[in-house]
Design a protein around this ligand. Structure first.
Ligand SMILES: [Zn+2]
Ligand SMILES: [Zn+2]
Length: 344
């Protein structure tokens, strides 16, 4: 009896004990949700490249130990005081946007995505690499019935970032949109771009991914090993948008000349290297370069609804929570097809 009571209050969590340290599997007390928070029984959590910010310690001021994970899908298990809009048993997720202060200049204008004190799940507080997590209500995303937890999880970071950046990109149905890189972000970007009604050019390396790119919705495949993507795009009249998902500033720099007049390089692949571009390249044809980060929980819900309607789904590899270290290594290797998801 005593044993059972004890195990009922403990859970398994995977934490990073310090910057650069190995993952640890630990037993922790199941957390209690405070006011304005809920406790989520986690069912799935995506492993994102940005989890490296926690693992490597490159996020300024991050406090350890920390449980990473910002692609969380599960079920509300307990409500904190003052929570009325959400109910126990409801299926919810938490993405990159882990909450806002509601008081900064951007929040006062409704631009929660750019909150100056934005909280990030798995960075500002413990995320989804654990059996239960606590999240503020501002971070919650309702998950439609038609989407299972493992499919929903990657849509809350990789999915929303491609969906949201494309839908605000200014590209219109029929426009040529190129997706640079066919990986965790790119394979979703191709699907969303196709379902939005764009003519999609997928840019990858080698001929092996060509048939996959076409299956995902690309009508044109450009092998950057055998031709220059910018020239290939110009033969089609130039791209209205190049969604740059590959974390390669060199590849982004080389693609800029593939833009049509008024075209936009939309940067979502994270790297710290500079993109090289001359003012002349931008001035001729009035071209733009724009970065884009994720979106709000409401944007996440739009992403999930659109995925439900259109059939867009992530391609995933799943690992049990205890194998988080292997799952993370698999993600880092670049060999996964295409998103790695932990299951609880
Ligand atoms: Zn992410
Ligand atoms: Zn704010």
């Amino acid at each position: 009896m005593a044993q059972n009571r004890r195990s009922a209050t403990l859970m398994k969590a995977v934490q990073v004990p310090g910057a650069g340290a190995e993952f640890q599997i630990v037993e922790r007390d199941i957390p209690e949700p405070g006011a304005g928070h809920v406790r989520i029984k986690v069912q799935a959590c995506g492993v994102c490249h940005s989890d490296a910010l926690v693992k490597d310690g490159s996020w300024p001021g991050l406090q350890y130990p920390r449980v990473p994970g910002h692609e969380v899908a599960g079920v509300i298990d307990a409500l904190g005081s003052g929570v009325s809009a959400w109910s126990q048993g409801q299926r919810v997720g938490v993405g990159w946007h882990g909450g806002q202060d509601n008081t900064c200049p951007e929040c006062r204008r409704g631009d929660f995505r750019n909150c100056r004190n934005q909280k990030i799940a798995g960075i500002s507080y413990d995320g989804g690499y654990q059996e239960y997590m606590v999240a503020p209500v501002e971070a919650l995303v309702a998950i439609p019935d038609a989407l299972n937890a493992v499919d929903a999880a990657p849509l809350l970071c990789a999915g929303i970032t491609t969906y949201n950046s494309l839908r605000y990109s200014g590209a219109r149905p029929g426009d040529l949109v190129a997706v640079l890189g066919i990986g965790g972000l790119g394979h979703l970007g191709i699907q969303f771009a196709h379902k939005f009604g764009y003519k999609v050019a997928a840019i990858g390396r080698g001929s092996e991914v060509a048939s996959l790119a076409r299956r995902l919705g690309a009508s044109l495949y450009i092998d950057s090993n055998s031709e220059r993507p910018a020239e290939a795009l110009q033969r089609q009249g130039g791209a209205q948008v190049i969604l740059a998902t590959a974390p390669s500033s060199k590849a982004m720099s080389e693609a800029i000349d593939g833009l049509a007049p008024n075209g936009k390089l939309l940067v979502i692949g994270v790297t710290f290297e500079p993109i090289e571009v001359s003012p002349v390249q931008l001035i001729s044809g009035s071209r733009n370069i724009q970065g884009w980060a994720s979106g709000t929980p409401a944007d996440c819900e739009d992403t999930l609804r659109f995925a439900e309607l259109s059939g867009v789904r992530p391609m995933i590899e799943t690992y049990p929570l205890e194998k988080a270290a292997q799952a993370y290594a698999r993600m880092l290797s670049g060999g996964a097809e295409f998103r790695v998801v932990l299951t609880m």
